[in-house]
Design a protein around this ligand. Structure first.
Ligand SMILES: C[S@@+](CC[C@H](N)C(=O)[O-])C[C@H]1O[C@@H](n2cnc3c(N)ncnc32)[C@H](O)[C@@H]1O
Length: 208
């Protein structure tokens, strides 16, 4: 019998030189259907629910921490989540070496680490190089939903996306207090931050 880990976890392909190689997307999911990414999938509340709500999408969770991947595995079963896979990877601009050009239909980034100290801002996920790499792998019109409860990072994210000619905000008022989804899925981190009085802001961008 295969364990859930064997079923759900895919290894980042690496070449002899140790560098990331392109994924063979057709070999990963049982069905070929639009691919969505969740970057920093955390404990898996979102990916385990969204995949059931959207069986016609394939969803790949990219998460740097093994512990978080293990938390997510506890919420998944092969019969209910055939359209989910997980990859342990630290996402940065090398994402363009893993996914083919124009292969991704949408991205979710919920509560990316804000790195609040100025000297740590360079560690933030949202950087010009990353946004260019993301634009490369996204299909035209693909949407990127981002939420954060850190107002400084929200302003940073907005500035970086709007400075990049590959993206526009879907809404005229780009920083929203309400989720841009009707069927919003509250993650563990969102619930915890709300409890402490830090409400998230939501943004929705489109690859043009
Ligand atoms: C604040 S938590 C939010 C988790 C989840 N999205 C949620 O809303 O509950 C940030 C998550 O992103 C992961 N993470 C941070 N930087 C990452 C990166 N560059 N690549 C992949 N995962 C990352 C962390 O390990 C952590 O699980």
């Amino acid at each position: 019998m295969i364990s859930d880990g064997d079923y759900f976890i895919i290894k980042t392909p690496t070449g002899d030189n140790g560098k990331s190689q392109m994924l063979d997307l057709e070999g990963i999911f049982p069905k070929i259907q639009p691919l969505y990414l969740e970057i920093g999938s955390g404990k898996g509340e979102f990916i385990s629910s969204y995949s059931i709500q959207n069986p016609a999408f394939n969803i790949l969770g990219l998460e740097a921490a093994s512990k978080r991947i293990n938390n997510t595995l506890k919420k998944l079963s092969p019969d209910r989540h055939p359209n989910v896979r997980l990859m342990r990877v630290f996402v940065d601009e090398s994402i363009k070496d893993i996914f083919p050009a124009e292969s991704v239909s949408g991205v979710f980034i919920q509560h990316p680490d804000p790195w609040p100290k100025r000297k740590h801002h360079r560690r933030r996920l949202i950087q010009p190089g990353f946004l260019n790499a993301l634009a490369h792998i996204l299909k035209p019109d693909a949407q990127i939903q981002i939420s954060t409860d850190h107002s400084g990072y929200a302003a940073w994210i907005l500035e970086e996306f709007l400075a990049n000619p590959c993206y526009i905000s879907v809404f005229d008022d780009p920083l929203r207090q309400q989720s841009t989804f009707e069927d919003h899925i509250t993650t563990w981190f969102e619930a915890e931050q709300r409890r402490q009085g830090f409400d998230p802001q939501f943004m929705l961008f489109k690859r043009i």
